[in-house]
Design a protein around this ligand. Structure first.
Ligand SMILES: CC(C)(COP(=O)(O)OP(=O)(O)OC[C@H]1O[C@@H](n2cnc3c(N)ncnc32)[C@H](O)[C@@H]1OP(=O)(O)O)[C@@H](O)C(=O)NCCC(=O)NCCS
Length: 196
C-alpha cells in the first residue's frame, strides 16, 4: 500500500529550515541530506517501533512494553500526528520525523507541552541504530531548539540512565542538569530560561 500522504504537512522553510542549512561543517560531512518534517499518519508504525525498541533498551519507559500500554501509545501517537494533542491530557504536542532524501525515515522526535508548567518537553527522540554516532542526533536537536526554544522559553528533557549518548548530547548542546528522580534515576535537564 502506498504511504498515506493525506496528512503530510511539510513545514515552511521559515519554520524549519533543511538540516543541511544548519551547520556548514555537519552538512558537508553528511550524505543524503536528511530533512526534519512534520510526522504523518504513515509514520506511526515507524515511530511506534522506535519507541518499543528504545523501551526494550532502557531509553524509554519500559512500562510502554505492556500490551495494553502499547495500544494506548499507538492512540497517543495517532492523536499527536492528526491533532497535535496528547491523548490523555490534550496537551499540545508535535511529532517530527527525520528522513533521508529517498524518503526513508531514520529518526523522530516528539515535543510536548507540560501539565501545569511553562515550557516544553522533549518527550521522545530516537535515531535508527545504523545511523547513530554520525551527527544526525545533534542536527535533529539543533533544528528542534531553533524552532521551539524561542516559543517555549524553557525546554526540558528527561534521560533514563541507559541514555548516556542523549545526556551527553544535551549537555553539549547547552542543557543544564537539574536533578535526578529518586526511584527511576531519570536525569532531568533544561535549556533556556531557568525554571522558577
Ligand atoms: C540519543 C541519540 C538521538 C543521539 O544521536 P546520535 O546521532 O547518535 O548522536 P550524534 O552522532 O549527533 O552525537 C552528538 C553527541 O552525542 C553524544 N554521543 C553520541 N554518541 C555517544 C555515545 N555512544 N556515548 C556518549 N556520548 C555520545 C556526544 O556528545 C556527541 O557529540 P560529539 O560527537 O561532539 O562527541 C541516539 O544515540 C539515539 O537514538 N539513542 C537511543 C534513543 C535514546 O536514548 N533517546 C533519548 C531518550 S531520552
Amino acid at each position: 500500500m502506498p504511504p498515506v500522504r493525506k496528512y503530510k504537512r511539510r513545514m515552511s522553510n521559515s519554520e524549519l529550515p533543511p538540516i543541511a542549512a544548519t551547520s556548514a561543517v555537519s552538512a558537508a560531512t553528511l550524505a543524503g541530506r536528511p530533512t526534519l518534517r512534520t510526522a504523518i499518519v504513515a509514520d506511526l508504525e515507524f515511530m511506534f517501533g522506535q519507541l518499543m525498541a528504545g523501551a526494550l533498551n532502557g531509553h524509554f519507559d519500559r512500562r510502554m512494553l505492556a500490551t495494553e500500554r502499547q495500544a494506548e501509545l499507538r492512540k497517543d501517537l495517532d492523536q499527536i500526528i492528526r491533532s497535535n494533542k496528547r491523548l490523555e491530557t490534550a496537551l499540545p504536542a508535535e511529532a517530527l520525523v527525520l528522513e533521508l532524501e529517498n524518503g526513508q525515515p531514520i529518526g523522530h522526535v516528539i515535543v510536548t507541552a507540560i501539565k501545569d508548567a511553562e515550557g516544553l518537553e522533549l518527550y521522545a527522540m530516537a535515531l535508527e541504530p545504523t545511523v547513530r554516532g554520525i551527527g544526525y542526533g545533534r542536527l535533529m536537536l539543533e533544528q528542534v531548539l531553533r524552532v521551539y526554544l524561542p516559543r517555549a522559553r524553557t525546554i526540558y528533557a528527561r534521560c533514563f540512565p541507559a541514555s548516556a549518548a542523549m545526556y551527553e548530547l544535551l549537555i553539549n548542546s547547552g542543557f543544564e542538569y537539574l536533578f535526578t528522580m529518586r526511584h527511576s534515576l531519570i536525569r532531568v535537564l533544561s535549556i533556556g530560561a531557568k525554571p522558577t
